[in-house]
Design a binder for this molecule. Sequence first.
Ligand SMILES: Nc1ncnc2c1ncn2[C@@H]1O[C@H](COP(=O)(O)OP(=O)(O)O)[C@@H](O)[C@H]1O
Ligand SMILES: N[C@@H](CCC(=O)OP(=O)(O)O)C(=O)O
Length: 369
Amino acid sequence: MREAVTAARRVVVKIGSSSLTTADGGLDEARVRALVDALAALAGQGREVVVVSSGAIAAGLAPLGLPRRPRDLATQQAAASVGQGLLIGRYADSFARHGLTVGQVLLTVDDVTRRAHYRNAYRTLRKLLDLGAVPIVNENDTVATQEIRFGDNDRLAALVAALVHADLLVLLSDVDALWTGDPRRPESTRITEVRGEADLAGVEVGGAGRAGVGTGGMVTKVEAARIATGFGIPVVLTAAPLAAAALAGEPVGTFFHPVRQRPTARLFWLAHATSPRGRLHLDPGAVQAVVGRRKSLLPAGITAVDGTFTAGDPVDLVDAGGAPVARGLVNYDAVELPGLLGRSTGELAAALGPAYEREVVHRDDLVLL
Ligand SMILES: Nc1ncnc2c1ncn2[C@@H]1O[C@H](COP(=O)(O)OP(=O)(O)O)[C@@H](O)[C@H]1O
Ligand SMILES: N[C@@H](CCC(=O)OP(=O)(O)O)C(=O)O
């Protein structure tokens, strides 16, 4: 029996497209209902459930007469727009059979990475749970552009788990566990527990199983498990039909133990959840100061700036060879920086005023990569 599972009060359950659709790609009502039965039982025990559900694009294909998952973003967005409504309708009906109400929550990357936004997302999710509703989360595919898109709900689920301070993350897929290699190969074996990085050494994590249905395959699930366990949240990875057994603490699937040693949640967030909006090129002295001595980054050590960002955005700090060495929240807009580069803070304060004495990235807002 897995005690971390049975003791969990707040649980985030992520379900992949491959577990919600039929072989020809339509939404499979029986599967949604079976999953909801397992989740409703959990809610019936007084535990809080947040569902992160994929399947909007898959559910929109048939109604639009599309034979397979489109490659271009605009058609994917159209499919998601049609499919999301059908998907939430299925969940609403299935949960209603158990007397439960669902709330749809569509999130973009910004909603879970920018501080002001994630507080907002947290408040909404918290309120839904307080009111006894089941939040059904998905990425807001219809508005997300390629650059600002997660594209995979595994990572989104890990971030939502961190956001709501979940006690457990369950990743449900069409494969019963993490295997040492492609599960179809005879030499591959099931991995029952992962205690840390060492247990993942040598594991071959491949792409999506059913071509045209799932997106990230095992790569994004293992990454999601790393993110969640880094926040101190245990993870169970298993197949959708084993959801009830997994939630009852039975030793099915793969259990990822939480990693004890962890950076503060905010910096972990910065390293894993944010996409950099630009790059600051550092001279060797600045790399030494930031990486070696954990100092703030000053304008004097920056040689060039790429990207269009505004103050508060995440940016990567790169060395002379262009390799990222750290990520941080920048204190200036991209357009302001070129005029400041190479100048000391004293000189800038004298020329431009005391506001220009501030660091470009403060050391409290920096995480080494
Ligand atoms: N080491 C591995 N262990 C388990 N499954 C793997 C592994 N490598 C690749 N896979 C594939 O990953 C698939 C699950 O990912 P995906 O199709 O994206 O699912 P979902 O739609 O649930 O997110 C499995 O069907 C399996 O074929
Ligand atoms: N947001 C997309 C899902 C993207 C995704 O992560 O899919 P999957 O790999 O099946 O979990 C959708 O609803 O179609």
